[in-house]
Design a protein around this ligand. Structure first.
Ligand code: C2E
Ligand code: CA
Ligand code: CA
Ligand code: CA
Length: 275
C-alpha cells in the first residue's frame, strides 16, 4: 500500500494468507457440495392481496455443510458466482424446485432466483427447457427472479436469454426493484411480468411518507405497464395494510410466513387463521 513507500508491495500478510486459504477451502467444499447434493430449498409463501389467497412460493437455497452446519445463501452465492459454480448450483435449484412444485396441490407458482452469472454464462434457456420437459411443470407456474445487475450485460446475451425464456411460457420477475442501479428503462427493456419492490421501502413504509409514495408510484407504473407487483419483507400488520393501500398485487415476508420446508410452506394459512 501507499503508506509503505514506493516500490513496496505487500502481497501476503498472514491475515490475507488466512483469508485466501479459507476461500480455497470453501471453493473445494462447494465443489463437493455440488457433487454430493448438500443443498436444500426453503420455501417462502407469497400471498395475493386482493383475494388473500396463497398464490405461490419462492425457493431459497441453503447449504447443509457437513462441518459448518446450515450456511445461508449470502455466505456462499458470491463465491459461487465468482467461480461460476452458481451455474451448476442454479440448475440443481431449478430442478429441485420444479420437482417439488409438481407434487403440490392447487397449482401454486414457484419462484426461482437466477444469478446474472447464470444468464450471462450458463446455458440457462436449455436447462429451463429440459427441466420443464422432465418434470412436466406448466411453464406458466414457473417464475424466474432476476436482478437489475443482470440487465447491465453489455453484449445483450442476457436480454436474448430472457426473451427465449419468455417464449417458453415462464414468467420473468425483476427482484429487489428500487435498489442499486435502478432504472425505469429496465421496466421497458426487459420482458417482465412482475416487479418485486425491495424490502428497504417496505421497512420504512409506515414511518416515511416518501417510502409510501415510492411504493405507490412503482405499483401504479407497473400496473400501467401490465405488470404485477410484490411487496417483499412484510414483517408487521401495519406494513401489510400499507402495501395493500399502495396498490401492490402480492405480498411476502416473515409476517405472512418464513422460508420453510416445502410441506410446511404448502400448509401456510396466514389469512385463513385470521378470519
Ligand atoms: P432475495 O431473492 O431478495 O430473497 C429474499 C430474502 O429475504 C431471503 O433471504 C428471505 O429469507 C429474506 N426475507 C424474506 N422475508 C423477510 C422479512 O420479512 N424480513 C427480512 N428481514 N428478510 C426477509 P435468504 O434466503 O437469506 O436469501 C438471500 C438472498 O440470496 C436472496 O435474496 C437471493 O438474492 C439469494 N438467493 C437465495 N436463494 C438463491 C438461489 O437459489 N439462487 C440464487 N442465484 N440466489 C439465491
Ligand atoms: Ca428473490
Ligand atoms: Ca428480493
Ligand atoms: Ca436480494
Amino acid at each position: 500500500s501507499k503508506s509503505m513507500g514506493r516500490g513496496t508491495f505487500c502481497i501476503f500478510t498472514p491475515e490475507m494468507d488466512e483469508r485466501l486459504r479459507e476461500r480455497i477451502a470453501l471453493e473445494a467444499d462447494l465443489r463437493r457440495a455440488i457433487a454430493e447434493e448438500q443443498f436444500e430449498l426453503a420455501y417462502q409463501p407469497i400471498y395475493h392481496l386482493a383475494s388473500q389467497q396463497l398464490c405461490g412460493f419462492e425457493a431459497l437455497v441453503r447449504w447443509q455443510h457437513p462441518e459448518r452446519g446450515l450456511v445461508g445463501p449470502g455466505d456462499f452465492i458470491p463465491l459461487a458466482e465468482e467461480t461460476r459454480l452458481i451455474v451448476e448450483i442454479g440448475a440443481w435449484v431449478l430442478r429441485r424446485a420444479c420437482r417439488d412444485a409438481v407434487q403440490l396441490p392447487g397449482s401454486p407458482r414457484i419462484a426461482v432466483n437466477l444469478s446474472p452469472v447464470q444468464l450471462a454464462y450458463g446455458d440457462t434457456v436449455a436447462t429451463v427447457e429440459e427441466v420443464l420437459r422432465e418434470t412436466g411443470l406448466d411453464p406458466a407456474r414457473l417464475e424466474l427472479e432476476i436482478t437489475e445487475t443482470a440487465l447491465f450485460d453489455e453484449d445483450n446475451r442476457t436480454l436474448a436469454a430472457l426473451r427465449s425464456l419468455k417464449a417458453l411460457g415462464v414468467r420473468i420477475v425483476l427482484d429487489d426493484f428500487g435498489t442499486g442501479y435502478s432504472s425505469l428503462s429496465h421496466l421497458r427493456l426487459a420482458p417482465l411480468d412482475k416487479v418485486k419492490i425491495d424490502r428497504s421501502f417496505v421497512r420504512d413504509i409506515t414511518a416515511r411518507r416518501d417510502s409510501a409514495s415510492i411504493v405507490s408510484a412503482i405499483a401504479a407504473l407497473a400496473g400501467e405497464l401490465g405488470m404485477a407487483t410484490t411487496a417483499e419483507g412484510i414483517e408487521t400488520l401495519e406494513q401489510l395494510e400499507a402495501v395493500g393501500r399502495a396498490g401492490c398485487t402480492e405480498a411476502q415476508g416473515y409476517l405472512l410466513g418464513k422460508p420453510q420446508p416445502i410441506l410446511r410452506a404448502a400448509s401456510s394459512t396466514f389469512f385463513s387463521k385470521r378470519l
